[in-house]
Design a protein around this ligand. Structure first.
Ligand code: HEC
Ligand code: HEC
Ligand code: HEC
Ligand code: HEC
Length: 176
């Protein structure tokens, strides 16, 4: 009777011991897989400065600069346009907000002619001007003068009447 009880006790203990070993090894395998997986997945520079990839800073710093430092850069060679722009309604605008990134253009002057270094050609002024001046539900007329392009001018090129650099000068007739 006492023997049988001891057997049973040992049986139960044995069962738990085996189960513990099994669960323990499974846990150990999972932990090892996690550690190995993590080592592969986490970039080397993670944590260098904080909880992000340290190399990210260098990668962004290495990017090629495509915009210049501002309108003064253009002034050296396009003084007439610079003065025109500065003297009128568009004086708060950056040349590159209409002409696109021009760092390559500036860098290429003096060097051999490089077609790709020209500022982007503005093909569609209805599109360009409407990006800022088209009447929309969310655009306040107190902040910027708006028009309904088609109603305003029948959808013809805005620069047929407006000088893009001095949009209010000489209004009243078609330009050349
Ligand atoms: C070092 C002198 C120089 C600087 C600085 C310069 N440009 Fe120019 N730019 C030129 C010359 C020269 C031309 C004429 C090139 C040609 O017709 O091929 C030109 C042409 C242009 C044109 C007309 C392109 C065309 O297709 O006819 C635009 C627009 C222009 N520049 C915009 C800018 C802007 C915007 C800046 C400032 C970010 C700037 N430029 C800075 C010398 C300069
Ligand atoms: C509101 C948009 C806008 C702004 C801001 C702007 N331009 Fe223009 N620019 C135009 C358009 C439109 C044309 C005519 C179409 C074309 O030549 O691409 C033009 C033409 C030019 C031309 C060639 C013809 C000419 O008038 O000599 C030059 C050079 C030029 N811009 C330089 C500049 C410079 C430099 C600045 C900043 C000081 C500037 N632009 C700012 C829209 C703009
Ligand atoms: C990047 C935004 C932007 C673009 C693109 C732009 N403008 Fe403007 N424009 C302005 C701002 C800002 C003002 C000054 C605030 C105002 O008067 O509405 C202005 C003013 C004007 C005015 C004077 C409005 C008044 O109060 O009497 C006219 C006209 C005008 N722009 C026409 C044009 C034309 C034509 C084009 C395209 C060649 C153009 N704009 C492109 C931002 C822009
Ligand atoms: C046929 C000539 C013509 C064309 C093309 C034209 N405009 Fe105008 N625009 C004018 C005249 C003239 C005025 C001045 C009206 C006034 O003062 O009452 C004006 C005024 C404006 C104003 C000032 C509105 C205000 O409330 O003060 C803006 C902004 C404007 N135009 C933008 C544009 C845009 C954007 C385009 C292209 C989609 C364009 N214009 C095409 C002739 C034209």
């Amino acid at each position: 009777m006492a023997d049988r009880m001891a057997d049973k006790k040992e049986g139960v203990t044995g069962f738990f011991q085996k189960a513990t070993v099994r669960v323990g090894s499974l846990l150990a395998v999972v932990l090892i897989l996690f550690a190995v997986g993590r080592a592969f997945a986490v970039p080397d520079s993670f944590g260098e400065y904080g909880r992000y990839r340290g190399n990210n800073l260098q990668e962004n710093a290495d990017k090629e600069v495509s915009f210049t430092k501002g309108n003064e850069v253009c002034r050296d060679c396009h003084n007439t346009v610079f003065q025109a722009l500065t003297g009128e309604y568009h004086n708060s605008l950056n040349c590159e907000s209409c002409h696109g990134p021009a760092a390559a253009h500036v860098a290429a002057i003096g060097a051999e002619t490089d077609e790709t270094a020209k500022p982007v050609e503005i093909e569609e002024t209805v599109e360009l001007c409407s990006a800022c001046h088209a009447e929309t539900a969310g655009r306040s007329k107190e902040v910027i003068a708006t028009v309904q392009p088609v109603k305003h001018s029948g959808g013809i090129d805005c620069i047929r009447c407006h000088n893009p650099h001095q949009p209010r000068t000489g209004l009243g007739g078609m330009r050349q």
